[in-house]
Write a protein that binds this ligand. Sequence first.
Ligand SMILES: Cc1cc2nc3c(=O)[nH]c(=O)nc-3n(C[C@H](O)[C@H](O)[C@H](O)COP(=O)(O)O)c2cc1C
Length: 437
Amino acid sequence: MSRPQHFGWFLARGFGPQGWGYPSLDWDYDWTRPEVYQEAARTLEQAGFDLVIIEDSPSLGSPETLDLRVRHAFGGPKHDPLLLAPYLFQATRHLGVVPTVNPAASLPYTSARQFATLQHLSGHRLGLNVVTDTGSARHFSDAPQLGHDEAYDRAEEWLEGIRQLWRSWDEGALVRDRETEVYADGGRMRPVRHRGTHYSFDGPLNALPFTDGEPAIVSPGGSGRGLGFAGANSDVQLALAPLHEASVRDYRARVHDAAVANGRRPEDIAILFAIQPVLVASAEEADRIVAASARPDEAALRQIARKQSSDLETDLTALDLDRPLDLSAFGGHVSRGSIQRLIGDRGEEAPLRAHLTALARTGRIADRTGFVGTAEEFADLIDELGEWGNDGVLLWGDFHPVTLHRTLDELVPILRRRGILRREYAEGGLQANLRAF
Ligand SMILES: Cc1cc2nc3c(=O)[nH]c(=O)nc-3n(C[C@H](O)[C@H](O)[C@H](O)COP(=O)(O)O)c2cc1C
């Protein structure tokens, strides 16, 4: 018997014009209106997903490379996912909704109040994907940009402050006695006084305490510091790692060790491995796609160059594909790790075409060289992850109806038949569903 697992959807390009540039995605919808997201959320709920996570970045990146980010809509425009959440809650009854939030962009008291409000409005279905990107610092103050670890320190101070505020109502503080006409007992509220490195504020919070748990904390950071943050704080960790047994077990052990080191239990964190499968009708079709991916045409290479230009904030589209990549094209703001990932083990002498071709190449799910395959083959992979103790899977894509249906139509019944995907939801919101098995 297969092990039941949790399923999430990562709305990978956030609340923005997803699908831009893909001819097959030219359906008549307006990304600035709630309907396309609501329809997708209903589909995910019908499929039995636990949650949807909405990617975000509050910034268009460095001022010198603005055009690269917006020209093909890879880096923006982008609207605020926190404000999309109520529309998705209204369209569904059980699905957890998890906007991405960055402590750089919000004050603990304001955030604690907004999140508490949404937790109540949604029937306890809110989650928060806490990220620590520092590139947008200039939009919020003129303080110097924090380093990687300092940004995690700030995130911990922010979350600790928010939790103190959420917990400012002691047991029994909410009285609601019609006889005595007492609504609440101020003597049972904690004052809360925080004077920290990054924030200073007083409580208590005026929003009500929760009946079915606090909003679920989700974290995506994979560095040592990121896993430490997850161990101390998260209900869900998003894992990006190779999907072979040693790597999956090692990743899980590192998160569990971090949890235990922080006085928590391994089962307090659901670890979801991120996967973006390309599901097709037959093994022959999968073979054809994989073979074609080794010989991408010029249009495919151009599309990859555009995406890389946005991600790396460096214009690769005007460069000669048949010459080695001149590393001086990259500004100081581009991380060496990102450049290294583009170049791989091909070295600096290889032409740009070789790097882009390598990015185009896909492999078969069946032989574990990639993510193209049939729904049955993909279900086999998920089954195997379950045998290694895996908690769940994070599927990755936009919210276009075509993307969702291509991914889910065949897969969902197969996963249900195998007992991997839930048939019903628990009562009590997102935390209850995450702890149901
Ligand atoms: C599945 C996944 C989702 C992520 N979503 C976001 C996001 O929405 N916004 C963001 O700024 N960073 C996002 N990140 C990046 C992380 O927050 C983080 O910046 C990155 O993993 C570096 O942190 P680390 O050094 O701890 O790995 C995501 C990463 C992963 C793996």
